[in-house]
Design a protein around this ligand. Structure first.
Ligand SMILES: Nc1ncnc2c1ncn2[C@@H]1O[C@H](COP(=O)(O)OP(=O)(O)O)[C@@H](O)[C@H]1O
Ligand SMILES: [Mg+2]
Length: 264
């Protein structure tokens, strides 16, 4: 398939994940109301909306991270390549190898840079020899734009890197198992503008082989990195469309109010 271009209609992108009528409760409290969203391959989908509107909650549904939250109940249908990810036969650990997650605060393991990246391939038994691990580590760090900065100190602790480097290490760790989807929850909000710019450039490159879903509180970031934007408000998905449309000519008044800074 040819590389999709900026602004290209989604009709030519391949559907990767589809959420239909997702409702979610934390105990008695409902946090998501009938959310339906398509997410495409080779493309970045941005989730925006005021704090507390359910962006992180929805993102966590996509790799079943809510499973481990006590009292959390999910209803609805979420598919990856047409397969129900909540089906009883699906192992959440295997699912998370296909759907990786990067969090707001960089969270490298207290291990060497090398072992941070080799971790996933090791638990999934993806490599046989030391040379194969070394190869995966180099490729992942290269894709994460970090190799040149760390190649001479792979044995040093991942926690000793700068914040921006730590976040790229976490991205390398997430992509080392060759996921098909990468979820990013405000991945730049703890970073300075230069580190943020590096991650944004990286996303553009990574999306060539991935479906990326990013939560961001920065509308500028959503406009820069995404092709599609979904606006959430009070647990509902109000509107989803091409990013340029959401920011210049949204259909819903609530979206209009948010993107023009009237609330949020
Ligand atoms: N683990 C949890 N337990 C109970 N309520 C939660 C939990 N996580 C989030 N919530 C509630 O769900 C709603 C949506 O939160 P969240 O998804 O974190 O919003 P956002 O990421 O858009 O800021 C909020 O009202 C929040 O307080
Ligand atoms: Mg959040």
């Amino acid at each position: 398939m040819p590389e999709p271009r900026e602004g290209q209609s989604v009709a030519r992108l391949e559907l990767k994940m589809a959420a239909r009528d997702v409702n979610l409760w934390y105990g008695e409290k409902q946090a998501l109301f009938g959310v339906s969203l398509d997410m495409f391959d080779s493309s970045v989908t941005a989730l925006i909306g005021p704090s507390g509107c359910g962006k992180s909650t929805f993102l966590r549904c996509l790799d079943r991270m809510n499973d481990v939250i006590d009292g959390c109940r999910v209803e609805g249908d979420i598919r990856l390549d047409g397969e129900d990810i909540y089906a009883p036969r699906v192992d959440p650990v295997q699912l998370r190898a296909r759907v990786g997650m990067v969090f707001q605060k960089p969270n490298p393991f207290p291990k060497s840079i090398f072992e941070n990246v080799a971790y996933g391939p090791r638990i999934h038994g993806l490599c046989k020899t030391k040379a194969e691990y070394a190869d995966v580590v180099e490729k992942s760090l290269t894709r994460a734009g970090l190799w040149d900065e760390v190649k001479d100190r792979l044995d040093e602790s991942g926690t000793g890197l700068s914040g921006g480097q730590q976040q790229r290490l976490c991205i390398a760790r997430a992509i080392s198992v060759n996921p098909e989807v990468l979820l990013m929850d405000e991945p730049c909000s703890a970073l300075d503008p230069i580190a943020t710019a590096k991650i944004e450039t990286l996303m553009d490159e990574l999306k060539k082989n991935l479906c990326i879903v990013i939560v961001t509180h920065s509308m500028q970031q959503a406009a820069r990195v995404s092709q599609r934007t979904a606006f959430f408000h009070l647990g509902k998905l109000v509107e989803v469309d091409e990013t340029s449309k959401i920011f210049t000519n949204p259909t819903d008044q609530r979206t209009q109010d948010y993107v023009t800074g009237r609330f949020g």
